[in-house]
Write a protein that binds this ligand. Structure first.
Ligand code: HGY
Ligand code: MN
Ligand code: MN
Length: 368
């Protein structure tokens, strides 16, 4: 009997909010409560467990044949603030359920099986997919503020850099995840065979105008940073829609200075995030945004790239294996890209990856 729901509910005892949503920020007590649940389950299943300085939990189950490379299953245990039950935890729960089923059926795989519960996949002060980037050796030690942030979590940069793994003893990485979009749900399809993960590029965009009195400064004399930023956002949004149907732009954060009702904003700072499988499209969009900014002459715009996670392709052979298994199970399936980022992205820099999507109820994610 499939117990993935029981395992998932056990993980869901960590960071549950009054309203039924979940909050497990990276390195938070709630995050480590989820780690403890997974660690206990791994031990019950006879796995050798290990935590690391990046906050990841790792389980190892030997195979029946020595010298074969590991099959690694993973996802993340942190959540966005007030997120859902499935994002990340579902992939870890599925790995544990798979081991439980093997035990129940008295079977042992020829290959060793590893499970990762990664930390800090979601946006956070040290950069998303941090736990998986640490083992993939993709953490940039010169990243501004990283050493201080790690110190606040009780860790040091050398500890993190030491986590880099060469993966020569690993065969592939598999991740089961909710789609976090509405395609499978709307098309009433059971699974997605993921073909690749979009690139994510984030810029900090700052409009620098001039603060002034809200009552005595006539409209023609204003250098209002908020109005200028609003114009840029609207024009950038329209431009994005013209470039490509699957190019997305999100302005998800805004800070206004000095931030008082009776002062014209002198400075406004936003994050412009864009995603696409083809870096050429995000390059085209940011070039247009720079042009649009130059045309708004009431303020100066500063545009600084903060993050550039290139897109990755999933392994063709693994996609074929997943499609064949789905066909055998008479599970409806479709090949599709991922608009969301995943730990499979850093892992794809080290070994072949395969991802399976299940529908997100009502197409919703990153919410209750
Ligand atoms: O932001 C993302 O795409 C992922 O869900 N963290
Ligand atoms: Mn997420
Ligand atoms: Mn996720």
């Amino acid at each position: 009997m499939n117990q993935v729901k029981d395992i998932l509910s056990a993980i869901g005892t960590a960071g549950k909010n009054e309203d039924g949503s979940y909050t497990r920020a990276c390195y938070s007590p709630e995050y480590f409560d989820a780690v403890a649940v997974v660690e206990k389950k791994m031990k019950e299943l006879g796995m050798k467990t290990r935590r690391d300085a990046a906050g990841n939990i790792h389980g190892f189950l030997p195979g029946s044949e020595t010298g074969l490379k590991s099959i690694i299953i993973g996802s993340h245990l942190d959540t966005v603030p007030n997120g859902g039950l499935y994002d990340g935890a579902y992939g870890v729960a599925a790995g544990l359920e798979l081991v439980r089923r093997l035990k129940e059926e008295g079977r042992t795989l020829r290959h060793p099986l590893e499970i990762y519960g990664f930390n800090a996949e979601e946006s956070n002060p040290i950069g998303g997919t941090f736990g998986s980037r640490a083992v993939a050796g993709l953490v940039d030690p010169s990243q501004p503020g990283l050493a201080d942030a790690l110190k606040s979590y009780g860790h040091t940069l050398p500890e993190i850099m030491d986590l880099k793994r060469d993966f020569k003893n690993a065969k592939c990485y598999l991740e089961l995840h909710i789609e976090q979009g509405d395609y499978l749900f709307n098309e009433n399809l059971q699974i997605g065979v993921v073909s690749g993960i979009v690139g994510i590029v984030r810029y900090r965009v700052t409009a620098v105008g001039h603060s002034n009195h809200a009552g005595t400064t006539m409209m023609k004399n204003r250098r209002d940073a908020m109005v200028a930023m609003a114009r840029l956002i609207d024009r950038a949004d329209r431009c994005c829609r013209e470039i490509d149907d699957t190019l997305v732009l999100t302005v998800g954060t805004i800070r206004c200075f000095p931030g008082s009702e009776n002062v014209i904003p002198g400075k406004v700072e936003c994050t412009f995030e864009m995603r696409h499988m083809d870096a050429g499209k995000t390059d085209e969009l940011i070039a247009k945004i720079r042009q649009l900014a130059a045309e708004i002459d009431t303020v100066e715009f500063e545009i600084e790239k903060k993050i550039d996670k290139g897109s990755v392709r999933c392994d063709e052979h693994l996609m074929e294996v997943i499609s064949q298994a789905a066909a055998l199970e008479k599970t409806t399936h479709v090949v599709m890209p991922s608009g969301a980022g995943h730990d499979a992205n850093p892992m794809a820099h080290c070994l072949p990856v395969g991802m399976i999507f299940v529908p997100s109820k009502d197409g919703l994610s990153h919410c209750k």
